[in-house]
Ligand binder design. Structure first.
Ligand code: ZN
Ligand code: ZN
Length: 381
């Protein structure tokens, strides 16, 4: 009897996860007042607030505008105005294009529903989409095309975990996650890499949790330069599963080494500015700041955190040595990014060598578990 009960609960949770859409803010890095919307697959029922207005079929276009805090829609020669929200509801797995006015033609295709609002004097579009379709889109936008299926599976699990763990990041907006680098880059349905959809399907519902069965902060970066770093090195606070470790997989990859040259005058004015800033520097002269420990570069009178130097001088990573020549200062560095968590180029190499996505995730995140998302409900109850 209990066995059947457990099975039924599992099935209900399974259905719940299928029906769980996520709200993604579209074009979050640009402002516009008008956008043309065209279904490219299926019909869309259009609602102004809760009232059904009309249906738009494949190939037809309607214009949405934001004016004085309200959204309006112009379709088939008629203007429907004064709504708080306009909803485009797909009738059967529809897809649409959204072309903001005065912007270069977009070839992005979005799945699911569209919501439109007028916010802070501009039009805000929101894509209401099944989380698995969203994950496939993020895989291509974040990882590009041409990698192994196992690598895309890694990205699928990381992106799903991130999205579910950050649903309150934009609490004051009409959406949960934005489509820019602030959250995860998302440009709609994958167009170049068919393995992106395959990877999302193959890992459907799988997420990464820590030893207390909480979704992890699945941090990743481009290349660690041969050793990932503890979370506290980059962000001040230790995290038990974000522990630095030796990584030989990425050292022959494109971003494992870098060099940046700075004219001596620029360097001198930078140091002068730092010496004058008081909090980081003493005011005396002397030294060429050639000594670096894991956290700081220093001489006898001044020390600058590596993290500050990376931001100030636009360096690829905090792992670098400094060489002084007569006319310039040369930074010789390793890696690209903050170095915490999963190293993308190392993971790519591991997938080429035949490691599974599970092996790769366990290599970069310490003492974590991969579980079906619906199991979170059982562990948390
Ligand atoms: Zn965001
Ligand atoms: Zn690495």
């Amino acid at each position: 009897m209990m066995k059947w009960f457990f099975l039924c609960v599992l099935m209900v949770c399974r259905l719940a996860s299928w029906a769980d859409p996520i709200l993604i803010g579209m074009h979050c890095q640009s402002n516009y007042l008008r956008c043309g919307i065209s279904p490219v697959e299926g019909n869309y029922q259009v609602l102004g607030d809760d009232k059904v207005l009309f249906t738009v079929s494949t190939g037809q276009t309607a214009d949405i505008t934001a004016i004085s805090g309200k959204v309006n829609i112009f379709y088939a020669g008629k203007n429907h105005s004064g709504f708080r929200k306009i909803t485009w509801k797909t009738e059967n797995h529809g897809e649409f294009k959204a072309q903001p006015a005065a912007q270069k033609p977009s070839n992005r295709i979005y799945q699911g529903d569209l919501l439109a609002f007028s916010i802070n004097g501009h039009l805000q579009l929101v894509n209401r989409i099944d989380i698995e379709d969203y994950v496939a889109g993020v895989i291509e936008a974040e990882s590009g095309a041409g990698s192994e299926l196992e690598y895309y599976k890694v990205q699928a699990v990381i992106s799903r975990t991130y999205a579910l763990n950050n649903r309150t990041r934009h609490l004051d907006s009409n959406y949960e996650i934005c489509d820019g680098t602030h959250c995860q880059v998302y440009h709609g349905k994958p167009r170049k890499e068919p393995l992106a959809e395959e990877a999302a399907k193959a890992t459907e519902d799988i997420v990464i949790v820590d030893h207390e069965i909480n979704l992890i902060t699945a941090a990743f970066h481009s290349n660690c330069g041969g050793h990932t770093v503890n979370a506290e090195v980059a962000w001040s606070k230790p995290v038990p599963y974000l522990i630095g470790r030796c990584d030989t997989f990425c050292v022959s990859m494109p971003h494992s080494h870098w060099e940046k040259r700075l004219p001596a005058e620029k360097w001198n004015s930078y140091i002068k500015q730092k010496r004058g800033s008081g909090d980081l520097a003493s005011l005396s002269d002397g030294g060429i700041l050639g000594e670096c420990n894991p956290m700081y570069c220093h001489d006898s009178t001044l020390q600058i955190p590596r993290r500050a130097m990376r931001t100030d001088l636009k360096l690829r990573s905090t792992q670098f040595d400094i060489e002084h020549t007569s006319g310039e200062v040369i930074f010789k560095g390793r890696g690209f990014g903050h170095g915490v968590g999963l190293c993308q180029e190392g993971a790519m190499r591991m997938s080429k060598l035949g490691y599974s996505y599970k092996d790769i995730i366990h290599f970069y995140y310490t003492d974590v578990h991969l579980i079906q998302r619906r199991m979170l409900l059982f562990f948390k109850d």
